[in-house]
Design a protein around this ligand. Structure first.
Ligand SMILES: Nc1ncnc2c1ncn2[C@@H]1O[C@H](COP(=O)(O)OP(=O)(O)OP(=O)(O)O)[C@@H](O)[C@H]1O
Ligand SMILES: C[C@@](O)(CCO)CC(=O)[O-]
Ligand SMILES: [Mg+2]
Length: 385
């Protein structure tokens, strides 16, 4: 018996970083997915195997070994989401490090720890093979860590006693509402291991899909009929969300008044973003006017993100290039490299889009479009032996 789960990545339209400090962010799912397949191994086998295809890593742990690491700290197996203590993170990291972790992939170790924590907490010590693949660039601001935690939580819960599912159902489906809430809480625990101090916006939008407004741990769904088109440019500059979030917090403690004012300004930007897209009326005149307002908000949001220290020379190159075509851009996610959004007005000609893409790609960046909105996490069973 095998379960496959898939969870979308996301773009943050406004409010990244501010949301970590209790201010509002607006985010949307995108139609690029991380997929996890979990196959229970026959009784008698005694390993948990994790294959991370995108990063070329393959782990096999004897169950006895994992038990020794986590069990001496008290049985983690739990039907309610619990946080992984620093002590267990240390023990798990030592276990992961045993399988010679190449230097350049060190950031990936926390993702493997998150896997081990979610696995042992949700499923206990059942032998299985888990394979993860993704359409998202890993560590580039499109919520790959959240999609990874959400999809793993879904696959694990599907075989746990915490949720009731009809395994004979065909096609993609999802658990009942309360069980999806539980899944989101588990994914948040995984995100904590990877991000340190996540706000919860990324795992929530990956779990529930569509567009959301997020503030102080709670989410409001946004209903919008405003068409939105964004070009996504991956600068391919590697970065780490955990370090960027920590740098912003340190700047905030050094300059509390200035940072408070900047983050408060970002709050107003997010509020205005959500008002514009929710109240949008379907006529050409209001479309052009609303697009203009969103463009200005994006420019201001980017300026404020630069001021809190999360831009990068490569991001600035994208901004300057798109500005030549009178197009507004802003970083998305944690910044410091990674992906940049460029607002494409609906009436903009494809000739201009092709020219911008050509110029951006001449710097070695990679441009793509992604569908905005769409379903959150889903699972599907395959009962073939
Ligand atoms: N497909 C994957 N395979 C293995 N590990 C993954 C995968 N996707 C995400 N990860 C884990 O998530 C980490 C990247 O998370 P990080 O939060 O830094 O970037 P992001 O989530 O892509 O961007 P942002 O948080 O800004 O949206 C990786 O180092 C790895 O631990
Ligand atoms: C930078 C940040 O605000 C968004 C990352 O996608 C971090 C978070 O909210 O957890
Ligand atoms: Mg992340």
């Amino acid at each position: 018996m095998e379960v496959t789960a898939r969870a979308p990545g996301k773009i943050i339209l406004a409010g990244e970083h501010a949301v970590v400090h209790g201010y509002t962010a607006v985010a949307s799912s995108i139609d690029l997915y991380t997929v996890a397949t979990l196959r229970l191994r026959p009784d008698g086998e005694d390993t948990i195997n994790l294959q991370l295809k995108d990063v070329g890593l393959d782990f096999s742990w004897p169950i006895q070994k994992i038990k020794e690491v986590v069990a001496h700290l008290g049985s983690p197996f739990s039907s309610t989401p619990t946080s992984c203590s620093l002590e267990i993170i240390k023990s798990l990291t030592a276990l992961v490090d045993e399988q010679s972790f190449p230097e350049a992939r060190i950031g990936l170790a926390s993702g493997v720890c998150a896997f081990l924590w979610l696995y042992t907490s949700i499923l206990g010590f059942k032998p299985a093979t888990v394979i993860v693949t993704s359409q998202l660039p890993v560590g580039a601001g499109l919520g790959s860590s959240a999609a990874y935690c959400v999809t793993l939580s879904a696959a694990l819960l599907a075989f746990s006693d915490s949720v009731k599912v009809d395994m004979s159902q065909k096609g993609w489906f999802i658990f009942k509402e309360a069980e999806v809430e539980l899944l989101n809480k588990w994914a948040f625990e995984g995100e904590k291991i990877i991000h340190g101090k996540p706000s919860g916006v990324d795992n929530s939008v990956s779990t529930f899909g569509n567009m959301i407004k997020f503030k102080s741990g709670s989410m409001t769904r946004i209903d919008s009929n405003m068409p939105l088109r964004m070009l996504i440019t991956n600068t391919k500059v590697g970065r780490d969300t955990k370090a960027l979030v920590a740098n912003v917090s340190s700047r905030k403690s050094k300059h509390p008044e200035v940072m408070g004012s900047v983050l408060n300004a970002i709050e107003f930007i997010s509020e205005e973003w959500s008002n514009i897209i929710q109240l949008h009326a379907l006529d050409d005149l209001s479309l052009a006017a609303n697009e203009e307002r969103l463009i200005e908000l994006m420019e201001m949001n980017q300026g404020l993100l630069l001021s809190i220290g999360v831009s990068h020379a490569a991001i600035e190159t994208v901004l300057q290039t798109t500005m030549k075509y009178k197009l507004a851009s802003k970083l998305t996610g944690a910044g410091g490299g990674g992906c940049v959004l460029t607002f494409l007005p609906i009436q903009l000609s494809e000739t201009i889009v092709d020219k911008v893409v050509g110029e951006l790609e001449s710097f070695g960046f990679q441009c793509f479009a992604a569908g905005i909105g769409g379903k959150g996490v889903q699972i599907s069973f395959d009962s073939s032996p």
